[in-house]
Write a protein that binds this ligand. Structure first.
Ligand code: ADP
Ligand code: MG
Length: 232
């Protein structure tokens, strides 16, 4: 088998110190391969977001290692770390994290600006991503004036604009009604199946999880189950 895109080895995370410390991850091990779709499931407080933030290099583990494309991520610091995150990952979070008073297009182009892509190329790629999400007509609108489903599609356009190898989604349908959530799900799985983007989704939603190739169950900071989907 191909070498994994992400490998987590004995990953631990302790928040706080001394008497007030809390072990949120207690030694987690697994590999994720290119093109997989993986659901991370578990009750509230089990450590799902902590794990995702560590996999996405938004936070460092207290101990243990994350290897990304064969690179020990402890060797990545400062601008190399930022660049790696920005070029390799797309993020789709429940809370959207859009800048409300700037245009939809500006929001989508932000990762390209961070990557140092020139203005004309930013516009071209930003508009292409918006077209893919059927939002080209909203390019000049303020992000604040969109519906929840439109905002989440803008977030997906922004996640796509750098051609990421991996999309991380934390409860991507959590703030959406079920019909809108289904559209967002279809878009994410379409990107996984058609573009080969690895999809790592934190979710409470059994239906969403059942569409993934694999389900990882987290309980009290430990991985208690890792199941491949039964082929349909
Ligand atoms: P989940 O996403 O599964 O709901 P989290 O990963 O957010 O869980 O949190 C796991 C545990 O770690 C929870 O008990 C939470 O209270 C605790 N925790 C999360 N972030 C912090 C923090 N910054 N400081 C202290 N404890 C935290
Ligand atoms: Mg969470």
């Amino acid at each position: 088998m191909e070498s994994p895109v992400i490998s987590a080895v004995d990953v631990r995370k302790t928040y706080g110190r001394g008497a007030n410390s809390f072990d949120a991850l207690k030694g987690v091990n697994f590999d994720i391969h290119d093109g997989e779709s993986v659901a991370i499931l578990g009750k509230s407080g089990s450590g799902k977001s902590t794990l995702m933030h560590i996999l996405a290099l938004l936070d460092a583990p207290t101990s243990g290692t994350i290897t990304l494309g064969g690179v020990d991520t402890r060797t990545l610091r400062g601008s190399r770390l930022n660049q790696t995150r920005n070029k390799t990952f797309g993020f789709v979070f429940q809370q959207f994290f859009l800048t409300p008073n700037t245009s939809v297009l500006d929001n989508v182009m932000l990762p390209l600006k961070i990557a140092g892509v020139g203005r004309a190329e930013r516009r071209r790629r930003g508009m292409a991503a918006l077209e893919q999400l059927e939002l080209a007509d909203k390019a000049k609108n303020k992000a604040a004036n969109l519906s929840g489903g439109q905002k989440q599609r803008v977030v997906i356009a922004r996640a796509l604009v750098n051609n990421p190898r991996i999309i991380f989604a934390d409860e991507p349908t959590g703030n959406l009604d079920s019909a809108t959530g289904a559209v967002v799900e279809d878009i994410l799985f379409g990107l996984n199946r058609q573009n080969g983007i690895t999809l790592i989704v934190v979710t409470h939603d059994e239906e969403l999880a059942s569409r993934c190739d694999r389900r990882i169950l987290v309980r009290d900071g430990q991985l208690v189950d890792d199941l491949a989907a039964v082929p349909a």
